[in-house]
Design a protein around this ligand. Structure first.
Ligand SMILES: [Zn+2]
Length: 361
């Protein structure tokens, strides 16, 4: 389980850098958009004429495997699905080997969401919630994402390994959903005009053994990254300690961005999850008037990174007293919160090594 990192390092350009460093190999000079959709992929694209860049995420079996294994109440599963799409969207742009961890902590019925992305393609996720409060919220028809989250914060951590510094961005959750939190993050911390759409739904399909429900999810991220400095100018965010009565510095939004964000606002949930609509076709439908270039699509897979070795090391890090408290029926059992894998140890297997044993290794 990942503990929240309380460190609030200075906001650096963690997210900007990897967006700029998007793989420049253009593999599709000019052709018709692909007709068939490809699940569990992420498609980066660019609309040069409008200085727009973006990514389309399409998840099928990967999100279904994660959400089905947990069997959370439906609105909790849907909310976690949205967090998975957002995490994949941001984490898949890391240009180095590392982890991207999205974590919420809030006072709503869903206390915590954790999505852990390991570059280039592995994702796992889990939620902690109060079952009674979730049931009450569902009964009161008050189980929208923002209502389940409540107030708290969302943290996005980039971890490049033990010898590298961690970067963490924090954004408050104030009763809104994850799309709103993402917009707030990019506006405040990164100062990049950004729009995000996230969609999660269950698909019902008839089959030989009765109908089967499958989770599907999708999303689109669009950012305005102008090459010229003039175009990149933005209105000041907040007058801050300006004297009372001072005119706030207001700049009109760039026309290209207004057009881009208006187009993304028209994208419906169905378009984001429809297996019949390819990501390329969606990008084309939105931006074909200006010309849209797509980059190589990258695969995504649901895979946990837990292992017997890691669990053993974790158990050894506790005191003998703590380990003694964990023994039940003569053994210590640890269940991974992400994938529900169960690891069993005899107490002596994880006891602190004696000096002579240490010398042996
Ligand atoms: Zn696991």
């Amino acid at each position: 389980m990942i503990r929240p990192n309380e460190a609030r390092g200075p906001h650096n350009s963690g997210l900007i850098a990897y967006i700029d460093a998007m793989n420049p190999d253009i593999v599709i000079p000019v052709r018709e958009p692909a007709q068939t959709g490809c699940d569990d992929t992420i498609l980066p694209f660019e609309v040069s004429a409008l200085d727009l860049r973006g990514r389309i995420v399409r998840l099928g079996p990967a999100v279904d495997a994660i959400l089905t294994s947990h069997d959370y109440p439906l609105p909790v599963a849907k909310l976690l699905g949205e967090a998975i799409v957002l995490t994949v969207m941001l984490g898949s742009a890391l240009k180095f080997d590392g982890r991207f961890i999205l974590q919420t902590q809030s006072d709503g019925p869903v206390r915590m969401l954790v999505v852990d992305f390991v570059s280039p393609s592995k994702v796992r996720a889990c939620a902690r919630f109060d079952a009674e409060r979730v049931a009450a919220a569902i009964a009161a028809k008050a189980a929208a994402p923002g209502e389940l989250l409540g107030h708290g914060h969302l943290a996005m951590t980039i971890d490049q390994g033990p010898d590298m510094s961690r970067y963490q961005g924090l954004v408050p959750l104030e009763g809104g959903d994850l799309e709103q939190a993402a917009h707030e993050y990019f506006s405040r911390s990164e100062q990049i005009p950004t729009r995000v759409r996230l969609a999660v739904a269950e698909e019902f399909r008839g089959g030989e053994n009765g109908s089967r429900r499958r989770w599907r999810a999708g999303g689109i991220l669009l950012q305005f990254l102008p090459k010229s400095f003039e175009r990149a100018r933005q209105a000041d965010l907040d007058p801050g300690d300006a004297p009372p009565g001072a005119e706030p510095h207001v700049l009109p939004e760039d026309d290209a961005w207004v057009e881009g964000r208006s187009l993304v606002a028209t994208v419906g949930d169905v378009e984001l999850i429809d297996p019949e609509l390819s990501s390329e076709r969606l990008a084309y439908n939105l931006f074909h008037e200006h010309g849209v270039r797509v980059f190589r699509a990258a695969p995504i897979e649901a895979q946990c990174s837990c292992s017997r070795q890691n669990v053993e090391a974790m158990l050894r890090s506790f005191s003998q007293e703590d380990r003694d408290d964990m023994v039940e029926d003569g053994k210590i059992t640890v269940t991974c919160e992400f994938c529900s894998s169960s690891y069993e140890f005899a107490p002596e297997e994880v006891a602190a090594k004696t000096p002579s044993q240490r010398a042996d290794t």
